[in-house]
Structure formats: structure tokens, C-alpha cells
Write a protein that binds this ligand. Structure first.
Ligand SMILES: [Zn+2]
Length: 439
């Protein structure tokens, strides 16, 4: 068969299967099979040296079945081709263990190890090996897969690949569907007092006309979203916050009729799907998480299968284990709010491999690479600068035929407060996703 890669590899584990399936099948659109006779191998993943094919000396990580803290000390980055690599094991065609390096990044190995969490107890970008080595903005795993493809084609030109092509899915978190409306009298009076004390003239002028129905609520811009998404034929995934009101969970009540109607409407938009946005407090209680699942189920009539954590609250592996148990199939938390780029070193969906049990799960992680707040707040960019930065990032994803996922909010499309003038940044992403690679 001309699209099958023969691999010579002894003592195979779940980790080998996971990595080979990701690289060969999911990213390169080929097949692979293990061969017992090294003479038939295209890829020799062993310590035996053969005089033909690709020889890759294993680092050893894939043969282990536990989490080992000292692995961190074995990582040092070096240049390779036009990119960088780590886990150097040899000097031939494949001088590093591409397979172990891929596994280390996509299993999020480092997130299981000792690290200094941020104020919300999350793994911070500063702790990551990719940021420390200034390659967080490179889809390394995609680049490695494509480089591997070139090497294989040189040795076996008749091999057939069907690599992934560039894809764009927009994802939106609905933390507060309305800024003023549908929040009840108490929250609005409280908000009014805060606006007075802080002299927020924009809010003072807007609040009453919005509540009286004379003006549209600034956060309620779903009609506009529907229009631009439809114009550019964009696939969207919406995540609704259905928590109880708390310091970090400020959504409209899940009991509110207008809110329920909105969720239904959005689920019926073309190319749109609706998922759950587990609240900040749900991280402290599985009972609360269960309630929120039920709330969304009651509105849509379906069990939620898409999810993203509010505040990107996430701890490895408990958060994902919970979501797997609740039936989530597509999870969207993999990314940072503080930095653009690829938290798992990859711009493509991949399965959650649970290192604590050493098994591949059915849940697929969809990494996002650009969040609305990152250019505005953490990079201190204006909309024009943000457009340029995001264009460069998207070009990198286009070059490797990867998946580009932005994370936006209806708030950042409101053209109000600090988001004035930022709609065009989002609109740029949508339009750019439909244009071919340009400089
Ligand atoms: Zn949120």
C-alpha cells in the first residue's frame, strides 16, 4: 500500500500508538503499521542502526508509563532545519527524537510537574518550555510533521499523503450576554452607584436608555455576529456561562427567558454550535458543574459535548478528567490569555492523553492561539498593531495547513469602553481566514 509508513519499533506502548497516530494519520493523512522485520522499515525507531530508511534513536520517554520530573532537565533546544527541536539523540537524518518531543508537548507533560501557578492557580505561560525558549508562537509539531514528510518522500517518493489544510473556527465565550439588561434591579442599582462613584460617563449615559429599551444593549450584538459569520461562511462555537452569580461569574441568570431564547437562537445560526462554559465556581464543586450541564441541557434539549472553562480555569489532569466523565467530546481551554501562540506546540486538534493513567482518551482538545484580551491588554497594542500581529500568526498556521482558533467575546465586539474600535480586528480575522497565504 502506497500510503502506509512501515515502522520498526520494539516494546510498543500506548504512548507510541498515540504519537504515531497523531503525526501520521491525523496530521499527514497517511497510515502506519508496525513491522517485525527491520528490512521492511521506512522508519527505524530503535537503537539498532540500519543502513537505510530513517533512523530515529528513541529518547526513552515513550517506553515509560509514569510521570518523571527529571525529564524537564533533559530538554535543551537546538536549531533544526528552519525550526527548533529538543531531545537530541543522534546525528543522522532525524537527529532528535521527534516522537518523544511531540509527546512531551501535546500530552502537556510539564503541566503535571512542579510549577508556580498564577493567581487563579493556572499553569502560566512563564512556566512553559516553549515560552522560555521563545518558540511559543511556532506550531512546532506541525512543522516537525511536515519536515518528516519531506524526509520520507525523499526515501520513498511513491508515498501518498493527504495532509491537513488550513482551517479556521471562531469561538466565542458569552460571559455576559447583556451589559445592563436582564440583570435585575439590584445589580443595576449597584452598577449605577459604582458608575457614579467612578464617574463612568459612558455607562451613566448608556444604562438607563438601554434598560428602558430606547437603545440596544452594547454587549447584545448577536445579530451583527450572525451577519459577519454568514458573510464569510465561518464555523462558530459558542460557549455560554450558566453559573450562579459570583465575583467571577457575572452572567444573566440561567432562569431568564430572554437568555434561554438567545441560547436557542444562537444554536440555530448557520454553521454554529453551542457548548458549555463551566463557571469559575464549578472548579471547586462537581455538584455545581453538574447543575450547569443540566441547565444547558434543559435549554437545548441535548447533552453538552463542547466545552471551554470560564477564565480558562484548568488543572491537569483533574479538570479534563471531570469533563470526560461528563461526556465532553471537544474541549477548548488549551491556550493562554497572557500570550498568543500554541500552548501545546500544535495548531491542530488532538486527543487528551491522560498521563496519570497513561491512556489516550476520546476527548479531543482544540487549542486556541489568539484571545481578544491578549493584544489589547497583555501586549498593549492598538487595533492596527493587533491586526498586524494576528496576520503574522495566522500566516504561520496557513504555512503548515493548521487550525487557527481565535477566542473572542461578545463584549470585545461591543465597540464600547476599552473595546471601542476593536470590531475591525475580529472582522479582519474572519476575512483573512478566507484569503490565501500572503505576506
Ligand atoms: Zn468566560
Amino acid at each position: 500500500v502506497s500510503n502506509t509508513v512501515n515502522i520498526y519499533c520494539k516494546n510498543r506502548t500506548a504512548r507510541h500508538d498515540f504519537v504515531f497516530s497523531l503525526l501520521f494519520e491525523e496530521l499527514l493523512g497517511a497510515q502506519y503499521q508496525y513491522v517485525n522485520d527491520s528490512n521492511q522499515a521506512l522508519l527505524n525507531y530503535s537503537n539498532e542502526s540500519l543502513g537505510f530508511g530513517i533512523n530515529c534513536i528513541p529518547h526513552g520517554l515513550l517506553s515509560e508509563d509514569t510521570i518523571r520530573a527529571s525529564v524537564q532537565d533533559e530538554i535543551s533546544f537546538e536549531a533544526w532545519g528552519g525550526t527548533s527541536c529538543f531531545f537530541k539523540t543522534g546525528s543522522s537524518t532525524l537527529p532528535f527524537d521527534l516522537f518523544s518531543a511531540t509527546f512531551y508537548l501535546v500530552s502537556r507533560y510539564e503541566e503535571y510537574l512542579d510549577h508556580t501557578p498564577d493567581v487563579h492557580l493556572r499553569f502560566s505561560a512563564e512556566s512553559s518550555v516553549l515560552l522560555k525558549n521563545k518558540v511559543l508562537d511556532k506550531p512546532l509539531v506541525n512543522l516537525w510533521a511536515l519536515a518528516l514528510k519531506e524526509i520520507m518522500l525523499e526515501l520513498k517518493p511513491q508515498l501518498k499523503f493527504k495532509p491537513r489544510s488550513f482551517q479556521f473556527i471562531s469561538t466565542l465565550d458569552i460571559d455576559q450576554a447583556w451589559k445592563f439588561k436582564h440583570k435585575g434591579i439590584i445589580r443595576n442599582v449597584g452598577g449605577f452607584v459604582i458608575d457614579l462613584i467612578s464617574l463612568n460617563t459612558e455607562n451613566l449615559k448608556a444604562r438607563i436608555p438601554v434598560i428602558l429599551g430606547i437603545k440596544t444593549d452594547p454587549f447584545y450584538n448577536f445579530e451583527w455576529q450572525k451577519e459577519v459569520h454568514s458573510k464569510e461562511k465561518i464555523q462558530t462555537k459558542y460557549f455560554f456561562l450558566l453559573g450562579n452569580y459570583s465575583r467571577y461569574d457575572k452572567n444573566t441568570s440561567y432562569r431568564n427567558r430572554s437568555f434561554k431564547r438567545l441560547i436557542k437562537e444562537v444554536s440555530l445560526f448557520t454553521r454554529s454550535r453551542v457548548g458549555i462554559h463551566p463557571s469559575y465556581l464549578s472548579n471547586m464543586s462537581n455538584k455545581q458543574l453538574k447543575k450547569e450541564f443540566k441547565r444547558l441541557n434543559n435549554v437545548t434539549g441535548k447533552k453538552p459535548t463542547l466545552s471551554r472553562q470560564h477564565y480558562l480555569m484548568h488543572k491537569m489532569p483533574e479538570t479534563y478528567q471531570n469533563l470526560v466523565a461528563f461526556g465532553i467530546k471537544e474541549e477548548h481551554t488549551m491556550g493562554y490569555s497572557t500570550h498568543l501562540g500554541f500552548r501545546a506546540g500544535i495548531a491542530a486538534p488532538f486527543h487528551f492523553f491522560d498521563l496519570s493513567t497513561n491512556t489516550k482518551t476520546d476527548m479531543v482538545l482544540y487549542p486556541f492561539c489568539a484571545m481578544d484580551i491578549t493584544p489589547l491588554h497583555y501586549r498593549n497594542e492598538n487595533p492596527t498593531e493587533a491586526i498586524l500581529t494576528l496576520k503574522n500568526l495566522m500566516n504561520q498556521v496557513k504555512e503548515v495547513g493548521g487550525l487557527f482558533i481565535p477566542l473572542w467575546h461578545n463584549e470585545s465586539l461591543s465597540e464600547s469602553g476599552r473595546w471601542k474600535d476593536w470590531r475591525k480586528v475580529y472582522q479582519f480575522l474572519l476575512e483573512e481566514s478566507n484569503s490565501s497565504l500572503s505576506s
